[in-house]
Design a protein around this ligand. Sequence first.
Ligand code: ZN
Length: 365
Amino acid sequence: MLTSLPTPGFSFEIVATLGHARAGILHTPHGDIPTPVFMPVGTAGTVKAMTPDELRAPPLDARIILGNTYHLYLRPGLEVIEAAGGLHGFAAWDRAILTDSGGYQVFSLAAINQIDDDGVTFRSHIDGSEHRLTPEVSMQIQRVLGSDIAMCFDECPPGDADAQVHERALARTTAWAKRCRIAPRAPGQALFGIVQGGIDTARRLRHMAEILPLDFDGHALGGLAVGENLADTYRILDEVAHLLPAERPRYLMGVGTPADLERGILAGIDMFDCVMPTRNARNGYLFTSGERVNIPNAANRLDMGPVDPTCPCATCKTHSRAYLRHLYMAKEILYSRLATLHNLTFYARHVARLRERIVAEGTRA
Ligand SMILES: [Zn+2]
């Protein structure tokens, strides 16, 4: 079943379903994206330690990466991105890009000076300079970045915020979504709406009823894995994800572990992003089909086997745990590259395996 999305050039095809889980293909002007998909995070216009060729090469074969509006706006700045003709050209990435709105980073990284119903005034975490982000400014930045998928500017309260804070954030997020929806966009740029509401199911559903009529190309669940209990994250996923419109892509923002991805997929989520595989790689943690490997561990000192014998990545086919441990201990640059390639390949294969299961055991759409 193929459905055209509101933005020309985008369509979403459901190939098979298994319970709430779906295997699909998101068609974009920068290529087809089999879903469920994990999107590597390219915070500052680079997936740290990876070249575009490495990201594109099978078995990793990344079809979409994420760029961060907040970081790219502060550095290198819009003038530079605009001179390059957008982020695709600047980063030499010819496949799809999703940009966040900058909201999450403003609320988590910057020194907030003022939040009001119009937007947020903050100081840069880099040089302390003062800036103001509003729905219109966020959309203007994303327009210059020229991402394939832009995200609505939203307010994401901490997981332990009280009800009053959540209610105010919800009202703002809805008002800001309406302003983002009518703001100018780059040609062929889709826009996703974000459902907030913390871990209160009724509040989530109420907010969903406000966001869905705005006719976005896809829908995201925001404000999960922001400090709440994992049981609450999973409960909200189970109770809410499958109620988002079935014919449009569903995106769980900023989550998570391989187990979280599996739970999300079973709950009906199609898209994920998280810094975990790339950041953990650089910090010495490698995901495998067995136990997670802590590479500096002394047990790896004389281990001439690969990180994961079942992994087809170039790191595992070429190098031993002992060599990776040596590179890590010696703080060699190559360590981060080899480790990142492995962890991203693990995530891509983890999601692809779940997709194959949905196709093999599920109902053809
Ligand atoms: Zn590997």
